[in-house]
Design a protein around this ligand. Structure first.
Ligand code: NAD
Length: 278
């Protein structure tokens, strides 16, 4: 029988722990504040931003909302980020992606002070992760490490295979697994014999961005499978990059979609905000 890794439950535990920490910080006169910037009104982004605001409210983090019109220029956004960088009352800055096409995302990410880069996307944060120094770590892969640890799954010495090499998931995931002493292989769109490699994984992390791409033929019997994908199928139901029904019986543990990796991303964002004050 396989274990379903319950991201909803684990993320709730983390949020409750953070709530207590924030209460403790408040007793010491320390406030935690997160600036959340959204440009335009992309409906998916609005849902994510609202979820982040709700999580802040639950934990006791002050959320400062900046809802800017679609026509906002890159220069105006840079100026706002610089103003927030200089504001001692703001601990974290989050710019909801994607940004409208006329704004260069990389320029904005690199404008955020690494001290307030709670998304962990700044080059300095990524470099720190690379050399094992202190810094913010991208929330989704950080959440996956937390899911594994809190589910009692050992990473050290295990062959960890990551499908995907994006800057926000695949690459930081590989670096974090390496930091946890896993033996890491990264697969991507130019990888040959993908099944041959994924079939050797003790822990398989799938961040390929293709609905139900991974079936049981990619998975070693008894492996741990982490599904990062989020898609809506024809019936408007959520599904992942892994075909859960076909893969689950062959695993020892697996994350579902929804209720696996997704809820952890926000919990780790909140964690990064609190640690910015601690
Ligand atoms: P991406 O499109 O940037 O990256 C996909 C990666 O898959 C690429 O590196 C590419 O090389 C690789 N790939 C594509 N085709 C391949 C193939 N045939 N064989 C092997 N590798 C292949 O996507 P992303 O931003 O990393 O996101 C991946 C998925 O995770 C998406 O479904 C996204 O919606 C989801 N996601 C979820 C969360 C969350 O909070 N749960 C956060 C971020 C992303």
């Amino acid at each position: 029988m396989y274990q379903i890794i319950d991201g909803k439950k684990i993320s709730q535990e983390i949020k409750d722990e953070l709530k207590e920490k924030v209460a403790g910080l408040k007793e010491q006169g320390k406030n935690v504040a997160l600036a959340v910037i959204q440009v335009g009104n992309d409906p998916a982004s609005s849902v994510y931003v609202n979820n982040k605001k709700k999580a802040c409210a639950y934990i006791g983090i002050e959320s400062l909302a900046y809802e800017l019109p679609e026509e906002t220029t890159e220069q105006e956004l840079v100026e706002l980020v610089e103003k927030l960088n200089a504001d001692d009352k703001v601990n974290g800055i989050l710019v909801q992606l994607p940004l409208p096409k006329h704004i260069n995302e990389e320029t904005i990410i690199q404008t955020i002070s690494p001290k307030k880069d709670v998304d962990g996307f700044h080059m300095q944060s990524v470099g720190a992760l690379c050399v094992g120094a202190k810094g913010y770590v991208s929330c989704t892969p950080l959440g996956i490490i937390e899911l594994l640890k809190r589910s009692g799954i050992e990473i050290a010495g295990k062959h960890c295979v990551v499908i995907g090499r994006s800057n926000i998931v695949g690459k930081p995931m590989a670096l974090l697994l390496l930091r946890e002493n896993g033996t890491v292989t990264v697969c991507h769109s130019r990888t040959q014999d993908l099944k041959e490699i994924t079939g050797q994984a003790d822990i398989l992390v799938v961040a390929i961005g293709k609905p139900k791409f991974v079936d049981e033929t990619y998975v070693k019997e008894g492996a741990v499978v982490i599904d990062v994908g989020i898609h809506r199928n024809e019936q408007n139901k959520l599904c992942g990059d892994v075909d859960f029904d076909r893969v689950a019986p062959h695993t020892s543990a697996i994350t579902p979609v929804p209720g696996g990796v997704g809820p952890m991303t926000i919990a780790m964002l909140m964690n990064n905000c609190v640690s910015s004050v601690e």
